[in-house]
Design a protein around this ligand. Structure first.
Ligand code: GLA
Length: 378
């Protein structure tokens, strides 16, 4: 953990919620994505890593079947099984995700044990670092362990993806959940979203990762994320293929004649992004930086998930000493910028980038996936 202060804050929130006794403490990381953006729901390839920034959940079981969760000034007190559309409007916005996670776990056989939890985070919320998957998976792990019920890593991934859809209507792929659950210290993951297989990949030693919060907030539901998912489906339908994973670089010329220009540009981004992921695992730091910047241009021009302000920020970051490449990260339309830099310059780059972006920047080392920090439920 980067800051033990976050654990202390989570335990304090638990105490405010009325939780007594030795807590179970779960650390659930955010994710960075080195390359492979908007490829996951096209059964493509991604190269993410768990971040060393977390959502921390401190929890104890509760005899009655209620969920009491406190985070900062926000409080949720609801009975297990409360339908999502009956959650009062005054409840915190994350309440529906907590309830949806509990529902999904209940469907898998989790006993209807209640829980009191306190939540704190050093992971920026809504900044394109998967705070929502980190929160949902941290909650799922806490709900399972406090009920003395085992949940498999595969179920953690599935529960959180379904809950996100039920709570927010976001038809997201598996990138965030797989990374939050399976992240490995010191490594990125080469993730194949067609088979669900992944393997650890070492990034070049001379490369450092910095993430900058652009301060531009988007809500996935209101963004064009769903439109992009639909456009990709439509393109594969027209091409008579199960998914865009089946289109190769060599097919692009032919495919151009079969699709209108918007759909063709969406396809070109996905196909080239998959190819960039494969090149990345063979690359040195400088070429990896080039691939990351190329990915930004593709996300901006072909996939159209950037904004003028983000393009401008990326352009200014790319000019800084020690920077090898930069791009918008995650769904787009706001959120974070990923910066690849010379490892020994990482702290200086972070400071300069924080000045340009104005909303915080972090040097990030690939960290471990969701885990229990202290467990004493006896
Ligand atoms: C969001 C979604 C992911 C993925 C990225 C874009 O983070 O939750 O599933 O599609 O956008 O790569």
């Amino acid at each position: 953990m980067r800051r033990t202060g976050t654990v202390v804050e989570a335990v304090q929130a638990l105490r405010r919620a009325g939780g007594r006794g030795e807590p179970l403490v779960v650390a659930s990381p955010g994710r960075v994505n080195v390359l492979g953006e908007h490829t996951d729901y096209n059964q493509g390839l991604c190269l993410p890593a768990a971040a060393d920034l977390h959502v921390v959940v401190a929890a104890v079981p509760l005899e009655r079947p209620d969920l009491l969760v406190h985070e900062g000034d926000e409080q949720m007190h609801l009975a297990l099984g409360t339908p999502l559309d009956s959650i009062p409007e005054v409840a915190p916005s994350w309440s529906s995700l907590v309830m949806a996670v509990a529902d999904e776990l209940g469907r898998l056989g989790r006993p209807q044990t209640g829980m009191v939890a306190g939540v704190a985070a050093d992971l920026p919320v809504g900044a394109g670092m998967s705070s929502s998957a980190a929160f949902g998976i941290g909650m799922a792990m806490a709900l399972s362990r406090t009920a003395r019920w085992d949940v498999s890593p595969e179920d953690l991934v599935g529960v959180s993806q379904k809950a996100e859809k039920a709570a927010f209507g976001v038809p997201c792929g598996l990138l965030d959940q797989m990374t939050v659950v399976h992240g490995q210290e010191g490594c990125a993951l080469l993730l194949d979203c067609r088979t669900g297989e992944f393997r650890p990949v070492h990034l070049p030693e001379e490369a450092g990762l910095v993430v900058a919060d652009s301060g531009i907030r988007r809500r996935l539901k209101e963004s064009e994320y769903g439109t992009r998912v639909e456009e990709c489906r439509e393109a594969s339908r027209r091409l008579g293929l199960p998914s865009l994973r089946d289109v190769t670089l060599a097919d692009l010329d032919r495919v151009q004649g079969e699709l209108d220009s918007v759909l063709f540009r969406r396809v070109r981004h996905v196909v080239k992004e998959n190819a960039r992921v494969l090149s990345a695992i063979e690359s040195d730091a400088v070429s990896l930086g080039g691939l990351i910047s190329e990915s930004h241009r593709s996300l901006s021009r072909d996939y159209e998930v950037s904004l003028p302000a983000l393009d401008d920020l990326v352009g200014r970051i790319e000019c800084l000493d020690g920077v090898l490449g930069a791009r918008v990260m995650g769904a787009g339309f706001g959120g974070s910028i990923l910066v690849l830099c010379v490892q020994t310059d990482a702290v200086a780059v972070r400071d300069e980038v924080a000045g340009l972006a104005g909303h915080g920047a972090w040097v990030t080392e690939p960290g471990a996936g969701v885990r229990v920090l202290e467990a004493d439920m006896s």
